[in-house]
Design a protein around this ligand. Structure first.
Ligand SMILES: Cc1cc2nc3c(=O)[nH]c(=O)nc-3n(C[C@H](O)[C@H](O)[C@H](O)COP(=O)(O)O)c2cc1C
Length: 173
């Protein structure tokens, strides 16, 4: 798969097969996160790798809309520094980087954001100065993916030069 195909056919997957993701692929996903860009190159993020089934269950229990993570092969909790105005942008970039790299190896993923802070910080030993901004669950998809996406057309999303000015692909220079 080339980069364009990897990025455009990726779907979010919440049902995972029991087959384990090999350690070298996990390692490459983490390395891609490490090498990702961040605001000011501050690298304020910290990652918690969760691969123990009991801890995945705890993570699922702590989540608001991520109960599916219990059946993931592993998860990565992305912690960022909320004092930095761009911390959520950094979280989004690093998560997408990890997901695309994983997808290139046939490993599917999905993310969730809401956690019960009362239990989460204690369960995962997270310091109070970091935010659990986003969590990614990874694993091999349980079934063959059909690649069907529900997305708005470019004509609704893109303007030419100025907000409101219709974009027509024939205007591309
Ligand atoms: C910022 C963000 C937060 C999300 N939060 C959740 C979530 O809490 N739980 C969940 O199951 N999916 C979550 N998702 C997944 C979206 O619902 C998903 O990307 C969207 O449905 C498109 O999926 P598709 O690529 O399979 O079409 C989130 C996605 C993003 C980008």
């Amino acid at each position: 798969m080339d980069v364009y195909e990897t990025a455009t056919i990726k779907l979010d997957v919440r049902e995972f097969a029991s087959r384990k993701v090999p350690a070298d692929i996990k390692s490459k996903i983490l390395e891609a996160a490490r090498l990702c860009q961040s605001g000011n190159n501050s690298q304020h993020w910290r990652f918690i790798l969760v691969q123990d089934p009991g801890n995945l269950k705890t993570l699922a229990n702590d989540s608001a809309w991520g109960k599916w993570v219990e059946k993931a092969n592993f998860a990565i909790i992305v912690l960022t520094d909320p004092k930095l105005g761009y911390h959520m942008i950094d979280a989004g970039r690093v998560v997408q980087t990890m997901e695309i790299v994983a997808w290139g190896f046939g490993v599917a993923s999905c993310v969730f954001t809401g956690v019960d802070r009362e239990t989460f910080f204690d369960d995962f030993g997270v310091p109070a100065n970091l935010d659990p901004t986003i969590v990614v669950g990874f694993g091999y998809p349980v079934r063959k993916l059909l690649g069907k996406k529900s997305r708005k057309p470019l004509s609704e999303l893109v303007f030419l030069e100025r907000y409101g000015k219709k974009f027509d692909p024939s205007a591309l220079t």
